[in-house]
Design a protein around this ligand. Structure first.
Ligand code: GTP
Length: 238
């Protein structure tokens, strides 16, 4: 087993990533591939909490939420994250991993309520803790939920796993000469609006010195990171 760079990690998965090549929805093959990647790092003994976005489902409902009050639309988004959490739980359990879904909005027939000390116990016992329903409050993104859970569960790092492999100076999909940063500071990530995470999430991480690493979710970056190798872009203090 390799020596772990981070013993306890908060992994933020974007909802969009779960839809694979589709525009929205959950693509089972993609979820299964992501969970295999997660399974490999669990084999290293890392304690893992996961926060998943809801954009893949929410985007499919864009028409329905048009003109809606922001708070109501946000609650729909939070429910979307619960669908994703249950899908990821199912895929991880099929691979033989022990998981618990804990929701910030109580829905006890489906999953456990989020209780910080209980989540921490699950992590100590080697269970993957999937945090659903964001922070439970409208006006907060799932990125902010990830920073919040990362801090309260005393994670050593927040890994934001996405379709790209790091933070670039401009959109790498549009500009072939885009340059990837190895490391940037929290303040640079906020002031240059590099799209790492929203400013609330980065500010929370900055105040608590929680490093954020942006990397690809499917190319082995997460493994490399935990083994202490270079991967993705790290956002940290100056
Ligand atoms: P330990 O007590 O640390 O062993 O944790 P545990 O999660 O195994 O014990 P518990 O008896 O709390 O849970 C047993 C099973 O019931 C697990 O699969 C939990 O996810 C599930 N469970 C526990 N609380 C709730 C709840 O409030 N709602 C739902 N839907 N399931 C729950």
């Amino acid at each position: 087993m390799p020596e772990l760079r981070y013993k306890r990690v908060l992994l933020k998965l974007s909802g969009e990533a779960l839809s694979g090549e589709n525009k929205f929805g959950i693509d089972p093959a993609t979820v299964s591939a992501i969970c295999s990647e997660i399974g490999e790092v669990l084999g290293y003994g890392v304690e893992l909490a996961v926060v998943i976005g809801g954009g893949n489902i929410f985007r499919g409902m864009a028409g329905a939420t048009q003109g809606m009050e922001r708070a109501s639309a946000d609650y729909m988004g939070m429910l979307a994250t619960v669908l994703n959490a249950v899908a990821v739980q199912d895929a991880l359990e099929k691979l033989g991993h022990d998981t618990r879904v804990l929701s910030a909005i109580t829905m006890q027939e489906i999953c456990e309520p989020y209780i910080r000390r209980r989540a921490a116990r699950h992590l100590q016992k080697g269970r993957v803790v999937i945090c659903a329903a964001g922070t439970g409050n409208p006006y907060f993104t799932t990125d902010t939920a990830a920073a919040l859970r990362g801090m309260e569960l005393k994670c050593n790092a927040l890994i934001k796993a996405t379709k790209v492999d790091g933070v670039y100076d401009k959109d790498p999909a549009k500009y072939p000469d885009a340059v990837k940063y190895r490391r940037i500071s929290y303040s640079e990530a906020i002031s240059r609006r590099l799209g790492v995470m929203d400013a609330t999430a980065i500010s929370l991480a900055m105040e608590n010195n929680l490093p954020i690493i942006v990397c690809n979710m499917l190319n082995g970056d997460i493994k490399r990171l935990l083994r202490g190798e270079e991967a993705g872009t790290i956002v940290q203090g100056e």
